[in-house]
Design a protein around this ligand. Structure first.
Ligand code: FAD
Length: 300
């Protein structure tokens, strides 16, 4: 960590609290937290990490992440500045290609595409997170995922190799873009349809309406906890086991939606992880189905 401190000065923070950087608001500190401004800085940091064998974790808005109470014993990296750029790059008949950095927040991207009357990403409205996190997770809603609007992704294979993959070279599946483990998303190009601000706003509103009754959003949460098993709904399975409202400490299965865990105030990461294990055990016992977590646990 000494070398990172020397090289990156104020962009590097030692023993950085992570709970405020996640939407669940739980978890201990990271040994180090580094904010990089461009690909060159990222490559420089990764070369240091490789040399000293330090583990690292990419973090967007922490909207799908559980950090353990003991924290993360390596370096957490966040992508800012050049990674927060949105730029139209090419317009062909009926298509506009938009270059978007991995550090751009999804709400900012949606605000941009709405303002410029660009259609294609509207179903992602109200999903928190960054473009990098959303791409890794292949974020979406039933019937649509971010991969559908993709033209290409550029990633970094640590410490220095840049790889550009076009949509047909990717193998996205439900909540997984299928990128090799350890690759870092730098930026992506989306293929959008020029429309009008009014039309795009109407479509955004349509998808927002579907989320109107998500009362669980008033608590710290990471959205859906489990992936839906093939042909079934994780929420319905959990509900059928009588677990709606079930609580361990301040972690609770939302009484409004059984696939959501909310932090009712002072939950610890352990409360949430114990609740996840409890749900998995109960659902497996009663239905024979193993629920696979959708949330990512920042393992040390
Ligand atoms: C209220 C709420 C509602 C939600 N609704 C939905 C929904 O409808 N649909 C849905 O799909 N999700 C939903 N989510 C989950 C979450 O918003 C998405 O998974 C989002 O894409 C996470 O993005 P992030 O930047 O916060 O990623 P993080 O949580 O920070 O990270 C998630 C994973 O991505 C990795 N990662 C992040 N950035 C990069 C990068 N640049 N390169 C490589 N790896 C990276 C992290 O290491 C981690 O493994 C919801 C969450 C909340 C809190």
């Amino acid at each position: 960590m000494t070398m990172l401190r020397e090289q990156f000065r104020s962009a590097f923070v030692e023993d950085a609290p992570l709970a405020p950087l996640t939407t669940f608001k739980v978890g201990g500190p990271a040994k180090g937290l580094l904010t990089v401004r461009d690909t060159g800085e990222l490559q420089k940091a990764l070369a240091i990490l490789e040399r000293f064998n330090v583990p690292y974790l990419l973090m967007g808005r922490g909207a799908n992440l559980i950090v353990p109470d003991e924290g993360f014993k390596g370096l957490v990296i966040r992508l800012k500045e050049k990674f927060e750029m949105i730029r139209p790059i090419k317009k062909t008949r009926g298509t506009l290609y938009l270059h978007v950095g991995a550090g751009v927040s999804l709400p900012s991207l949606l605000a941009y595409t709405t303002r410029h009357g660009l259609s294609g990403l509207e179903p992602l409205v109200a999903i928190p997170g960054t473009v990098g996190g959303a791409l890794i997770m292949n974020a979406g809603i039933p019937g649509f995922s971010i991969s559908e609007a993709l033209s290409s992704i550029t990633s970094l294979k640590p410490p220095r190799t840049l790889i550009k993959r076009y949509r047909h070279q990717l193998h996205p599946s439900y909540r997984d873009m299928g990128l090799p483990a350890g690759e870092i998303v730098l930026h992506a190009t989306f293929k959008l349809k020029p429309s009008t601000e009014r039309e795009v706003r109407k479509r955004v509103h349509h998808f927002l309406e579907k989320r109107r009754n998500q009362t669980w959003r008033k608590y710290p949460t990471a959205g859906s906890v489990f992936k839906n098993p093939e042909g079934a709904s994780a929420g319905r399975l959990i509900e059928s086991c009588g677990l709606k409202g079930y609580r361990i400490g301040d972690a609770q299965i939302s009484p409004a939606h059984a696939n959501i865990i909310v932090n009712r105030g002072k939950a610890t990461a352990k409360d949430i992880l114990d609740l996840i294990t409890h749900v998995q055990k109960e659902v497996a016992k009663k239905t024979g189905i193993y629920l696979e977590p959708e949330v990512i646990i920042a393992r040390n």
